[in-house]
Write a protein that binds this ligand. Structure first.
Ligand SMILES: [Zn+2]
Ligand SMILES: [Zn+2]
Length: 349
């Protein structure tokens, strides 16, 4: 049998075309993909030689849909269930997993190979490993497939804010008004932050940040962001500073925006091999705590999904457009502009 998919044939070469429909994997199930979020990392992967010459490949990791067909041994889901599939698979047996840090699971045996098919397709195979060790949740009645896709992008943001305990009365600086920056702003306010200050070089994106709870915005192209943060905080600095963009300059500046004893997080990755010059004396004498952040542990994945599918979560603010999967190239183009926060793609339409 055949299906339609958005297939990557090389850097910047994505074709919506007919391919073989995957079979129901032994011990697993076949998902009929009903919605799949287009993530910044997808766009990055689709634009460079991310699979190192091994093409064709199908990306897509913010996936929801119907269980179309299941191996008889599968008891976790039933045919017809509406489910969310988080891409992470953790063994829950290694040292990292049992200490509550499953995001650092070292057990590669449970992981999917990089070549595994993703969700930019009508159907996606969910292998036995994922049924046994993955995060598969039923979508509550009355919640749309589109909204449920947000469970994946929220998971990493949720984990970061939990880790640094953003709380009542905090002053939080977020550098980078991208999709993740908007999630960080909204969730920081939900956790009780008194003031959220967004720093960004793009005026359009900065303007939009207000919709996501930013109390102040600073255009770092027009004014010195360190000076401005000092001004806005009465000379004190922020309790928490999160650098959520790919710039080493932003990381270098971020430590001067925190108050003595404050916390700085490097959320966004920078280009491979790029090094950041840090004034470690400033870190030392001001008792700053520096964190790296990437991925999510299992508890956070579950909590983030519950938040994403709760009735009062403002999903519509984040989902700028819903487009058919066939228009993925247009969706990529639009996501690169500042008018779009997030696009959700619909296969099978
Ligand atoms: Zn994502
Ligand atoms: Zn593990």
């Amino acid at each position: 049998m055949k299906m339609m998919a958005a297939v990557m044939h090389g850097p910047n070469d994505v074709r919506y075309e007919e391919v073989d429909r995957p079979a129901c994997p032994p011990g697993g199930f076949l998902l009929k993909v009903m919605a799949v979020g287009l993530c910044g990392s997808d766009i990055r992967n689709l634009s460079c030689d991310s699979m190192q010459g091994v093409y064709p490949h199908i990306y897509g990791h913010e996936v929801v849909g119907y269980v179309e067909e299941a191996d008889p041994t599968v008891t976790r889901v039933s045919v017809g269930d509406r489910v969310f599939i988080h891409p992470a698979i953790h063994c829950m047996r290694c040292e990292s997993c049992i200490s509550g840090h499953s995001e650092a699971c070292q057990n590669t045996e449970v992981k999917k190979p990089a070549s595994a098919q993703g969700g930019f397709a009508d159907y996606m195979p969910i292998p036995k490993n994922q049924v046994d060790h993955g995060y598969i949740f039923k979508i509550p009645e009355g919640i749309s497939f589109e909204q449920a896709t947000l469970g994946e992008p929220i998971s990493s943001v949720y984990t970061c804010l939990e880790k640094i305990n953003v709380k009542l009365n905090d002053i939080v600086v977020i550098i980078g008004a991208g999709t993740i920056g908007y999630f960080l702003a909204r969730l920081s306010k939900m956790r009780g932050a008194k003031t959220v200050i967004m720093v960004e070089i793009n005026g359009e994106r900065l303007k939009k940040a207000r919709e996501f709870g930013a109390d102040y915005t600073v255009n770092s192209r027009e004014e010195d962001p360190i000076q401005k943060i000092k001004e806005l905080t009465g000379g004190r600095g922020a309790d928490k500073v999160i650098s959520a963009n790919p710039s080493t300059a932003s990381q270098a500046q971020s430590i001067f925006m925190a108050r003595p004893g404050g916390i700085v997080v490097f959320f966004g990755g920078v280009p491979k091999g790029a090094l950041t010059e840090l004034d470690t004396n400033h870190i030392h004498y001001n008792n700053l705590w520096i964190y790296g952040h990437y991925a999510s542990n299992g508890t956070a994945i579950k909590n983030a999904f519950d938040l994403a599918v709760s009735k009062d979560f403002p999903a519509d603010q984040f989902i700028s457009r819903v487009m058919p999967l066939s228009q993925i190239n247009e969706a990529i183009r639009l996501t690169r502009t500042s008018d779009v926060v997030k696009i959700v793609l619909k296969p099978n339409c």
